[in-house]
Design a protein around this ligand. Sequence first.
Ligand code: NAD
Ligand code: TYD
Length: 351
Amino acid sequence: MEKILITGGAGFIGSHVVRLFVNKYPNYQIFNLDSLTYAGNLANLTDIEKASNYTFVKGDITDANFLTQLFTEHNFKGVIHLAAESHVDRSILNPLEFVMTNVIGTVNLLNAAKTAWKNDLENPLFYHVSTDEVYGSLHNPEDFFLETTPYDPQSPYSASKASSDHFVRAYHNTYKLRVVISNCSNNYGPNQFPEKLIPLFIHNIQKNKPLPVYGKGENVRDWLYVIDHARAIDMVFHGGKNGETYNIGGFNEWKNLDLVQLLCKIMDKKLGRTEGESEKLITYVTDRAGHDLRYAIDASKIMNELGWKPSLQFEEGLEKTIDWYLNNTAWLDNVTSGDYQKYYETQYAQR
Ligand code: NAD
Ligand code: TYD
């Protein structure tokens, strides 16, 4: 059985990638390495946690010695690296934490892989899952991010992800490590921590709490259903060319205010409220510092070269997401109360 290491697999996107790989590839032994920060939640993976080809490892990518030991113990044939600090607002409050995990943690992983694979650098694959935010902010409505767009990160989060992308390319160029990188737009879907726009607003609408729209709500994001991202990661891992970058996006741009209004409309229906009731919760608040105006991905390369395309229309994906949150109130209550952080102690630690 080939051993594949997925980092950050207890988080939002990582948990969908782990599930896809565990279910689709019985010939792989999937190792999920996660330090279980506030964003890591093993309850995201209860359906596969007992699968014979799944192993959870609690560990921190900022710990270089631990990674060296892990790579010595297991002959990994590939790494899919998702572990990161991922929320822009948190990066504004604490940039150094983003440097530690996203930059130092990534370099630690690269070093561990380079050392373990030194006699076989052409074969195992180091895949870095990154963001379109490294390209900066678009101001001309006709522009899209291409793989060739120069990096121009504007937030501490995107600066840390840009830096980690650069290190991955540097290890490819300097040490001939086999690498691929993908840069994806905003994801949404089940299991997203309710600090990001869509899950936070679903939660607040349900609880009749204010919906804090930053500035005038004019910023634009390109939204992709998380399972479509996981499918793309599968395709890039298996078909991506050594040293290449793939942009992943939904061709699905929404101005924040339009998205929030659509969300309110669907929630009114689902909750049996009169139309317009949830919209009254919209509250305009001080804009995010350095708020990027627009992100938009041109995903032609992955579509043409690897045959990927999004499977869901946005309204359909949004309905599925809302239904998931409304049907999984225990998941949301555990996250908001902090009880989810006890899951590892009660279910794993004494095994
Ligand atoms: P997330 O915050 O939900 O999950 C991150 C996971 O990494 C958590 O399980 C956390 O416990 C783990 N982690 C954090 N620090 C760690 C450390 N030091 N050691 C080990 N594990 C650690 O993030 P997400 O939204 O699932 O994003 C996953 C990846 O995809 C990130 O690299 C992010 O930059 C990238 N990405 C996210 C989006 C998005 O819209 N969410 C879009 C494009 C790219
Ligand atoms: P977010 O989900 O934090 O993703 P990102 O900043 O990585 O794009 O935010 C999506 C958009 O929604 C972004 O333009 C900021 C805005 N936003 C709000 O207006 N209010 C909020 O409470 C949050 C979390 C985000």
